[in-house]
Design a protein around this ligand. Sequence first.
Ligand code: TXA
Ligand code: MG
Length: 348
Amino acid sequence: MLRNITNIVIRKIFMKHTLLIRDILHDTQALDDVCEMLRAGELVVFPTETVYGLGADARNPGAVRSVFAAKGRPADNPLIVHVPSIEAAGSLVRSLPPVAKRLFERFSPGPLTLVLERGDAVPPEVSAGLDTVAVRIPRHPAALAILRRCGLPVAAPSANLSGKPSPTNFDMAVSAMNGRVSAVVDGGPCELGLESTVARVTEEEVIVLRPGFVTAEMIAAATGAKVRMAQSAPKDAKVSSPGMKYTHYKPEAEVVLAARGDLRAKLNDYAGVRTGVLCLAGTAEMLSAREGLEVYEFANVAEYSAALYGAFVRFDRDGARAIVCETVEDTGVGTALMNRLRKAAGVF
Ligand code: TXA
Ligand code: MG
């Protein structure tokens, strides 16, 4: 068991001692410490199967406000509340419509967030003043252990600074949040690597606000409900998911999208520029090696998704000026990856 206290990153405003917790599932003291921090209104970064989250007691408006401050997040972008069970989810909302209950039963714990009518137990700060609240039951064992033990609903956005890629491993989470939070809990690399599906459930239909690994087709098949994808909105528009209007997931390097057949030609546009390439199996062999070109090849869409944000951060650290990404088929789970790739590239 390894536990240490570090404060290696000195910042102007945020200079907290951040406890790094390595093995919370075998360390009941650490689990209790984390619960104590959350009860005291402090911030804790914890792993989920999608990305690391920046958690605070969802019932405590002051704690929720400090989440926005630590991330530099715009105040009108609401947070997801994490709970360990459908019963706990039910206590956060006015009512749990049958379609929502069915979806939680089918896909939770897992990468699905449902937007429902906000109950009185949830302060408006969590939802940025909206009448709705986003609820998710994560399936990472460390997340479930914390949620079960502390008995609090935990409001948590992804644990990145606003506009940056979400952390998908412990090192990324520590480098984003060290000095800004009371603890970072190590849960290893995230299994999925892209954020949960966010879906608004109404009487009439289910609207997918953010695509993820629980796809529109899966939601339709599980419920028989009418399901549609929300349109991405221009800035300033009043939208049902405020997060949609912000550019997300943006590395420092320019992100360029190219279909397999165009990748070689696209790379010629960046001759002489330090460039990273993300592609699917079989593509790399079509590219000619050159200095300053670093290629990551993935066996399938799931591996590509799981590695995406980590690759963005590594390319940035290596000083890449461009990241050329092979596009994938925009169906099924490919829809989530294409959504994040388009956002990173600034194309909608
Ligand atoms: O996988 C995930 O969902 C991760 C992990 C930590 O659970 N969390 C995450 O949170 O990605 P965040 O804050 O980065 O993204 C939440 C998204 C935003 O686009 C936000 O606008 C939307 O969910 N959202 C939250 N509450 C909402 C609400 N009441 N109505 C509509 N959209 C909402
Ligand atoms: Mg986020």
